[in-house]
Design a protein around this ligand. Structure first.
Ligand code: UD1
Ligand code: UDP
Length: 374
């Protein structure tokens, strides 16, 4: 009997790891336990509760406005007890957060096999996204088995001299989660969605906004808010829905600059089902999020990506996303075109999804089972 430990800490890791947890829970030859670092708290708990996951270990580490140094040190210090007690054969990490990097390092120190989900994403610019590009490269260096969401991600890994036999293209588990979420949504009664239905006018077009990247803190967020204000003032007939990330560096500028605008609705982060509802209802999306860039094409929603570059070039290549950075004029200009030019809107409203088919977790489990049988 082999022992899996699935570790994550933030909202997006939770969403994208749930399919792996569910897939392994059906396997008789594995014991699978879940450990959360609690890098996020409320935003993590929203996901755990929707998917009914109760972690066996919760390090509960989040502090208000935490520094990268403190969080990294706390994770390294606290995960050791879990490794010592449970002695996992395989540790699963996801993506590129501080949790991902610190847990990989700790697993490497304890000589445990590391499985990296969503491996191989790269911008090759250590400052953007910061510190995620470093996190995923460090993780890649110590990982044993690399589960790449796309062919491009696998190519990046092979070019870094990772052995072909240790790389598998799986698709992104975000699509597995999306399909699970949409199905659950059909029979799901949620007060939050009912509240949203009261403030979001069914007859008006709605722009959905999210943002949190560290490299956009400061002037970047000021520019973003100024752009949203301009769009809201010019188009009284549209609504902007903005669930604001709980990072204080995001909360402050967004509430200070936008709370007075009547057609901008600021809310706390939405639970995953409510956010899925909001994505489906939206006309288009403005975001700097990684996960949202991957989800939007499945729902046929154009995306303005508020970043200088992206490790997800596939949606740019198929023209369902455009990079606008945090340039106020560019955000306004592309939004205006989407609002006014039907042919431009249609050219971006492409619901082919280059990121997965909903079977990524299945492929991960099959690969590990086969490794185990050899
Ligand atoms: C982190 C990840 C980022 C990921 C994002 C997803 C790192 C370095 N960054 O960024 O890659 O895209 O999560 O959202 O790993 N907070 C709360 N409650 C919560 C969550 C956050 O209050 O549930 C506040 C706290 O004050 C916390 C701060 O936000 O200290 C920052 O959280 P942190 O995880 O360090 O950074 P994020 O910007 O969320
Ligand atoms: N999301 C959510 N509620 C929100 C905003 C986003 O559940 O209010 C989900 C979204 O569907 C996606 C994930 O959170 O799956 C993205 O998380 P985030 O943008 O925080 O992180 P990133 O993907 O950039 O790492």
């Amino acid at each position: 009997m082999k022992k899996n430990l699935i570790v994550f800490g933030t909202r997006p890791e939770a969403i994208k790891m749930i399919p792996i947890i569910k897939a392994f829970s059906r396997e008789k030859d594995f014991i699978t336990k879940v450990c959360v670092t609690g890098q996020h708290r409320e935003m993590l708990d929203q996901v755990l509760s929707f998917f009914n996951v109760i972690p066996e270990y919760d390090l509960n580490l989040m502090k208000t406005n935490q520094s990268l140094n403190d969080l990294t040190a706390d994770i390294l210090r606290n995960i050791k007890n879990v490794f010592d007690e449970y002695k996992p054969d395989y540790v699963y990490v996801h993506g590129d957060t501080t949790t991902t990097m610190a847990i990989s390092l700790a697993a490497f120190y304890s000589q445990t096999q590391i499985c990296h989900i969503e491996a191989g994403l790269r911008t090759y610019n250590l400052q953007s996204p910061f510190p995620e590009e470093m996190n995923r490269r460090v993780t890649g260096l110590v990982t044993d088995f690399h589960f790449a969401p796309t062919q491009q991600a696998a190519k990046n890994l092979l070019e870094e001299k990772i052995k072909d036999e240790n790389v598998l293209v799986t698709g992104n588990t975000v699509i597995d989660a999306l399909l699970m979420g949409v199905e659950k949504l059909n029979s799901y009664e949620n007060e939050e969605i009912e509240k949203l239905k009261k403030v979001i006018n069914q007859d008006k077009r709605m722009i959905l906004v999210t943002g949190h990247r560290r490299e956009n803190h400061g002037q970047g967020f000021i520019n973003i808010c100024q752009a949203l204000k301009k769009i809201a003032i010019t188009h009284k007939d549209i609504q902007i829905l903005y669930p604001v990330h709980l990072n204080p560096n995001v909360q402050k500028p967004v509430y200070d600059l936008l709370k007075e605008e009547k057609n901008i609705i600021l809310t706390a982060p939405l639970s995953y089902p409510s956010f899925l509802w909001a994505m489906k209802k939206s006309f288009f999306i403005i975001t700097d999020s990684g996960g949202v860039q991957e989800e939007a094409p499945s729902l046929g929603k154009p995306v303005l990506v508020m970043r200088e570059n992206t490790e997800r070039p596939e949606s740019i290549a198929q023209n369902s996303a455009i990079l606008v950075g945090t340039d106020k004029n560019k955000i306004v200009e592309v939004s205006e075109r989407l609002l006014k030019e039907t042919s431009f809107y249609k050219s971006m409203s492409n619901n082919k999804n280059p990121y997965g088919d909903g079977k990524a977790a299945e492929r991960v489990v099959k690969f590990i089972k086969e490794k185990n049988e050899r």
